[in-house]
Write a protein that binds this ligand. Structure first.
Ligand code: SF4
Length: 218
């Protein structure tokens, strides 16, 4: 893992973790990011903030159709508006600042129990909002980690979260770097359909990359 990290650090630099301490913003952003790209997600998010200057309580209590209209540029607005309001109702007036100091498992369990929140979203909130060492595994991290053999073959998503979080060993900067480096690598080089193994700094230590080279030679 250290070799993977060091090589990716040379390729992409070392990302800096800057916790923003806005957990509800992060929760809403992750709902908005489902099935869309970052740009559309951001347009939907900023429209929501602009249309509801009273903040999340105003979004929670607004007519559903108005929330739906505000987030339309992000796609799936009917489903997402319902999810956002349901989540905000479950949170109530709690600002969730206590998640910064609660035991990690307790904080995670609380988030996962919210409607529409899974393990990845919970980890995003904990890591990006509070710098807690939980590693989110999205589709890129899952694919790259699997190809590199960081997980047991066929490991379910939950197990991959546990494994990367274990590798981060309680260090928030390592957790952030692990997530960010694998994500960047998955977007730029280790893409889903045609990974660019020839140009990859990890090809010598990657079982998937080595087997591709072998089968190209035979
Ligand atoms: S060698 Fe290929 S499969 Fe392995 S990490 Fe690099 S791009 Fe991905």
């Amino acid at each position: 893992m250290r070799t993977v990290r060091d090589r990716l650090r040379v390729a992409y630099g070392r990302p800096v973790l800057r916790p923003h301490r806005a957990p509800i913003d992060e929760l809403v952003l992750t709902v908005l990011s489902q099935n869309t790209n970052d740009r559309n997600r951001d347009v939907a998010y900023f429209r929501l903030r602009e249309w509801f200057p009273g903040g999340w309580p105003e979004v929670r209590d607004a007519p559903l159709e108005r929330v739906e209209e505000a987030i339309k540029p992000g796609g799936l607005s009917k489903t997402k508006s319902g999810r956002i309001q349901e989540m905000l109702r479950a949170i109530g007036d709690d600002e969730l600042g206590w998640l910064e100091r609660a035991p990690l498992a307790e904080a995670r369990d609380f988030l996962i129990a919210l409607p529409g929140v899974g393990r990845k979203t919970a980890a995003c909130v904990l890591l990006f909002s509070f710098g807690r060492p939980d590693v989110p595994v999205d589709t890129h991290v899952f694919r790259v980690g699997g190809r590199l053999g960081l997980f047991r073959p066929g490991a379910p998503l939950e197990e991959t979260h546990n494994e990367l979080t274990r590798l981060a060993a309680g260090d928030p900067d390592d957790a952030y770097e692990l997530h960010t480096a694998l994500l960047r690598h998955g977007r730029r080089t280790c893409v889903a359909r045609a990974p660019q193994c020839d140009e990859c700094p990890l090809r010598r230590i990657c079982p998937y990359g080595r087997s591709r080279v072998r089968s190209a030679e035979t």
